[in-house]
Write a protein that binds this ligand. Structure first.
Ligand code: UT7
Length: 330
C-alpha cells in the first residue's frame, strides 16, 4: 500500500435551520410524502434564508474545519470551493469566502463539477500539495440550490437542499499512515444536457423569454441520471480501492453522494459493501450536491461511525457528467 503524502486534517459543516418537509411540498406541488420517501428516501431538506448566502454558509463550515485543525485563515495558501450555485457568476464565491475569512495570503477559486465538486476540490488540493505549491488548502463544497430549483417542478424540487461542508487539507503530520490513499476523477461532457441549467450564462443571457420559459432553473432527466449515477459511482469505488491496494472488505465506511437512497443502495450493492457500512443522511438533507459528502463525513465522525485509523471510501456523481472517488485513512 502507498504511504499517504496528504491528509484531510479536519472537517466542518453548516446547515440552515429552516426545514422544508415533504408535508410542506405536498402543499406546493402534486406530490405525496409516501411517493417522495419511497422513490428517494428523503423526508426533509434544509433551506437557506435570505441572509444565508453561499459565502456565509461556507464561512461557517470553514471556521469549524479551521478551528478543528488548529489553522488560522491567514495560514491558508489556497481556497477551493466546489459549487453549482455560486452567489454570483463573477467573481467566484471562493474569493468572496476568502474576503469574509480574512485569508489574505490565499489564492481562491471555484470548481464547477456539480455534485462531485468536493471530491474534485480534494484532489486538486492533493495535487497542489504534492507539487509543493501549497501547504494549507481549504476545500469547501457548498450549495444554495433552493435559489436555482423550480418549486413548480415536482420532479426536481423534492430532491434538493442547501448547506456547506469544509475541510483543511495539508501534508501528512504523523507516520500513522493517515491520509489520502487514492483518488480518481472522471467526466463525460457528452451527457451534459441530462442535468443542466440551459439559460442565464453567456450563451443565453437573461431575457424576458428566459424568465417565461424558466431556462435558468436546474433541469434534469431523472431516470437517465439515476442509471449513470449507479454505474459510474460503482466503477469509481472499484478504481479508488484498486489504486489504494485495498479491497471492499477493508472499507470501514462508504460515504456516497447523498442523492437518493435507491442510488445509494444500488451503488453499495454493486460495490459489494453492506448497508451497515454505508453512511446515509439523505433522509434529513436531501441532495445538497457538492456539500453532501463533507456534511455526511462530518456527521459520521460526530456519531463515532468512523474515527482514527478508519478506512473511508468517498464517491460522488453529478452534472457534467462528473464522477469521482477517494480512499482516506482517518
Ligand atoms: O446528484 C446527482 C444528480 N441527481 C440524481 O442523482 C437524481 C437521479 N434521479 C432520481 O433520483 C430519480 O430518477 C427521481 C427521484 C428524480 C425520480 O424517480 P423515478 O423513480 O426515476 O421516477 P420517474 O422519473 O421514472 O417518474 C415515475 C413517475 C412519473 O409518472 P408517470 O409518467 O409514470 O405517470 C412521474 O411523473 O412518477 C412521477 N413523479 C412524481 N410523482 C409524485 C415524478 N416526480 C413526482 C413527485 N411526486 N414528486
Amino acid at each position: 500500500m502507498k504511504r499517504p503524502i496528504v491528509e484531510v486534517a479536519s472537517i466542518g459543516k453548516y446547515t440552515p435551520a429552516k426545514v422544508l418537509s415533504n408535508a410542506d411540498l405536498e402543499k406546493m406541488v402534486d406530490t405525496t410524502d409516501a411517493w417522495i420517501r419511497e422513490r428517494t428516501g428523503i423526508a426533509e431538506r434544509r433551506i437557506a434564508d435570505d441572509s444565508e448566502t453561499l459565502a456565509f454558509m461556507s464561512k461557517q463550515a470553514s471556521l469549524d474545519a479551521l478551528s478543528r485543525a488548529g489553522v488560522s485563515p491567514e495560514e491558508l495558501d489556497v481556497i477551493v470551493l466546489g459549487t453549482a450555485s455560486p452567489d454570483r457568476l463573477l467573481p467566484s464565491t471562493a474569493c468572496e469566502l476568502q474576503a469574509e475569512l480574512g485569508a489574505t495570503n490565499a489564492a481562491a477559486f471555484d470548481i464547477g463539477a456539480a455534485c462531485s465538486g468536493f471530491l474534485y476540490g480534494l484532489t486538486v488540493a492533493e495535487g497542489m500539495i504534492y507539487a509543493g505549491q501549497a501547504k494549507n488548502v481549504l476545500v469547501v463544497g457548498g450549495e444554495r440550490l433552493s435559489r436555482i430549483v423550480n418549486y413548480e417542478d415536482r420532479a426536481t424540487c423534492i430532491l434538493f437542499g442547501d448547506g456547506a461542508g469544509a475541510s483543511l487539507v495539508r501534508p501528512v503530520t504523523d507516520s500513522s499512515n493517515r491520509g489520502v490513499l487514492s483518488s480518481y476523477l472522471k467526466s463525460d461532457g457528452r451527457l451534459a444536457e441530462l442535468l443542466y441549467r440551459p439559460g442565464g450564462g453567456a450563451n443565453e443571457p437573461p431575457s424576458e423569454k428566459m424568465l417565461q420559459n424558466g431556462s435558468y432553473f436546474l433541469h434534469m432527466a431523472g431516470r437517465e441520471v439515476f442509471k449513470h449515477a449507479v454505474k459510474c459511482m460503482a466503477d469509481a469505488c472499484a478504481q479508488a480501492l484498486d489504486s489504494a491496494g485495498l479491497s471492499r472488505d477493508d472499507v470501514d465506511l462508504m460515504i456516497p453522494h447523498q442523492a437518493n437512497i435507491r442510488i445509494i443502495e444500488s451503488t453499495a450493492k454493486h460495490s459489494g459493501i453492506p448497508m451497515e457500512r454505508v453512511m446515509v443522511n439523505v433522509d434529513r438533507y436531501g441532495n445538497t450536491s457538492a456539500a453532501s459528502i463533507p456534511i455526511a463525513l462530518e456527521e459520521a465522525l460526530a456519531e463515532g461511525r468512523v474515527g482514527k485509523g478508519s478506512v473511508i471510501l468517498l464517491a460522488a456523481f453529478g452534472g457534467g457528467f462528473t464522477w469521482a472517488s477517494m480512499v482516506l485513512r482517518w
